[in-house]
Design a protein around this ligand. Structure first.
Ligand SMILES: NC(=O)c1ccc[n+]([C@@H]2O[C@H](COP(=O)([O-])OP(=O)(O)OC[C@H]3O[C@@H](n4cnc5c(N)ncnc54)[C@H](OP(=O)(O)O)[C@@H]3O)[C@@H](O)[C@H]2O)c1
Length: 306
């Protein structure tokens, strides 16, 4: 089966990643979860709708992503991030469909010495409710399916749709140009655009559907999927303001100086070891990725933030 013959159900289509996937996977037949009002936390409704849609592949970009709020809304975070993926994986396993599921760097504790990277086999150990719920989602998916699944752990995601760190920093800075804003400079990761991740997902789909590929050689299991190189949140924000050519008043601070409800990993730099080993790692450096994002969306971001 070629990529153009795939009937893909895109779950979480209105989110940052979902909307970019919609624009990227144009070669496939794409069904939007919103057309069916699919709620992945409602097990029975979800199974009934999946029977109707009957996709070959589900891409699950839906999640509860409010990291700090999750500390108080534990049940809701687990419903969306663990029970939802379990339902999707169970349906896929029973219907010979594939599942591409998105996970996070926050499944790691982040206590590796700087700047050692995490690969797919490193022990997990989330330090937040969000991280725990996403890890249980991964566990459920892997327990339900032993093939036809790919879990992409990504990090520090940003895109033109929805909310993200750089959009927040831009709004704050434009709204109060004379105010100083503290940004954490001792947490490290790899900012990744939704475009880069969507293109990587497309590459994996093309690889898995390439004619003549032995089924045992297909890309399945857990993949780290982030742009290459790394930075702190502070460096990320400064680079963004330089590229978009806006004067800023950011000051670096430590995690201790910027307390949040959820604990975050200090070092969550991922290495895309398994994608590289297969020769299909399509990511570029985070700075190049950000530059591409600003050239495509900078003007719109500025208009929307004024
Ligand atoms: N954002 C990051 O920095 C980051 C970092 C690492 C990993 N990730 C992972 O990357 C993936 C995509 O994240 P994102 O930033 O694109 O998320 P997002 O913008 O917050 O979008 C999440 C989507 O999930 C949908 N959703 C929530 N609950 C649902 C439910 N019960 N049933 C069906 N859909 C539901 C939302 O729909 P509504 O809009 O209708 O509520 C929304 O479309 C997630 O798996 C996330 O954990 C994100």
């Amino acid at each position: 089966m070629s990529i153009s013959q795939l009937k893909i159900l895109l779950v979480g289509v209105s989110g940052q990643l979902g909307s970019e996937l919609l624009a990227t996977l144009t070669a496939c037949e794409l069904i939007k979860s919103s057309q069916y009002s699919l709620d992945i936390t409602d097990h029975n409704q979800c199974l009934t709708q999946l029977d109707k849609i009957a996709p070959n592949i589900i891409i699950n970009a839906a999640a509860y992503t409010a990291v700090d709020k999750a500390e108080q809304q534990r049940e809701q975070a687990f419903l969306v991030n663990a029970r939802g993926p379990n339902t999707l994986a169970t349906w896929c396993a029973n219907n010979h469909a594939g599942l591409l599921h998105i996970s996070t760097d926050y499944v790691f504790a982040g206590d590796k010495p700087l700047f050692q990277t995490y690969n797919e086999l490193d022990p997990v150990g989330p330090v937040s409710v969000y991280g725990e719920s996403k890890l249980l989602g991964e566990t459920h998916v892997q327990a339900a399916m032993n093939k036809d699944l790919a879990i992409f752990r990504t990090a520090w995601l940003y895109g033109s749709a929805g909310n993200n760190f750089i959009k927040t920093m831009l709004k704050l800075t434009l709204g109060q140009p004379n105010r100083q804003f503290k940004v954490v400079s001792d947490q490290y990761g790899s900012p990744t655009s939704t475009l880069a991740l969507s293109q990587q997902i497309k590459t994996v789909l093309e690889y898995n559907t390439a004619s003549g590929l032995d089924a045992s050689k297909q890309a399945f299991g857990v993949f780290h999927a982030t742009s290459s190189d790394y930075c702190s949140w502070y460096e990320f924000a400064c680079e963004f303001f330089e590229l978009i050519n806006i004067k800023h008043n950011l000051v670096p601070c430590t995690t201790a100086e910027y307390p949040t409800d959820a604990k975050r990993p200090g070092n969550s730099i991922l290495h895309n070891q398994r994608l590289s080993a297969l020769g299909i790692d399509s990511f570029i450096g985070w700075k190049q990725d950000l530059q591409r994002f600003v050239s495509r969306h900078g003007d719109d971001l500025l208009k929307a933030s004024h």
